[in-house]
Write a protein that binds this ligand. Structure first.
Ligand code: ADP
Ligand code: ADP
Length: 221
């Protein structure tokens, strides 16, 4: 069988999925596939998918499954995903999880689901202080992970901005949507013995250390 590695990072918005996915990407040589980033890329390029996604993202609602699943399937068909991928922000409900199982079945299915736990209060602090590089997508925090020069990306000197949906009001709805639609995936993957919980309240380096230990335990890296 053409076996591939698929990690699904689960956790509330702001738990640190994107930050950890970027580190794993460098370490494992597997691409980070972030559905949020893909929608934002489409939006930046004014595609019809971007326009459609925006109306949902602005409210903190999920973009319809059909387009989201198709977008992931297309992305996983690209050359750099020939050995697998690190999924960040997908699947986000049971329908997507089942579709993902089907998509990955020919390659041995999902490998591991790290669940990064974090309280709502901390998630709110993290998201409202989040800043993202307009050109490379690197993620910073004004307090917890600041760039060396305010407002400027360390990697490529791009401009840092605050996402439209990172306002307190939208975050409240995104947390609600997470508990209602995404959290059932915890039970779904637990039953498949794929779930591994990590304390997302630790520092970025500590969470990364725990993730690496986990991969070593599972003999994945
Ligand atoms: P965060 O990691 O902070 O939750 P994301 O960048 O993952 O934010 O997602 C931003 C928005 O993009 C979501 O609120 C939702 O509107 C949309 N989105 C991202 N991933 C999905 C998905 N798998 N299904 C449906 N909508 C999604
Ligand atoms: P998610 O993808 O789960 O929404 P991000 O990786 O974008 O989360 O992180 C949300 C915010 O919190 C960012 O501003 C990031 O710099 C910061 N952050 C991520 N992990 C940690 C951590 N372990 N401790 C403190 N801040 C963190």
């Amino acid at each position: 069988m053409d076996r591939r590695t698929f990690f699904v990072l689960l956790g509330v918005p702001g738990a640190g999925k994107g930050t950890q996915a970027k580190m794993l990407e460098e370490h494992l040589g597997l691409p980070q596939v972030s559905t949020g980033d893909l929608f934002r890329y489409n939006l930046k390029n004014s595609t019809s998918l971007g326009q459609l996604a925006k109306s949902y993202m602005d409210k903190g609602e999920l973009v319809p499954d059909e387009v989201t699943i198709q977008m992931v399937e297309d992305r996983l068909g690209m050359d750099d995903a020939a050995r697998g991928a690190i999924l960040d922000g997908f699947p986000r409900n049971l329908m997507q999880a089942e579709a993902f199982d089907e998509m990955t079945a020919p390659f041995g299915g999902v490998s591991l689901v790290p669940l990064i736990t974090l309280s709502d209060e901390e998630a709110m602090r993290r998201i409202t202080g989040r800043r993202v590089c307009r050109s490379c997508g690197a993620v910073y925090h004004i307090e917890f992970n600041p760039p060396s020069r305010e407002g400027i990306c360390d990697r490529d000197a791009g401009e840092l901005y605050q996402r439209d949906d990172d306002s307190e009001e939208t975050v409240r709805n995104r947390l609600y949507v997470y508990y209602k639609q995404t959290s059932p995936l915890i039970g779904y993957y637990y039953a498949k013995k794929l779930l591994a919980e990590l304390d997302g309240g630790l520092s970025i380096e500590q969470v990364q250390g725990r993730l690496m230990e986990l991969l070593a335990e599972k003999e994945i890296a």
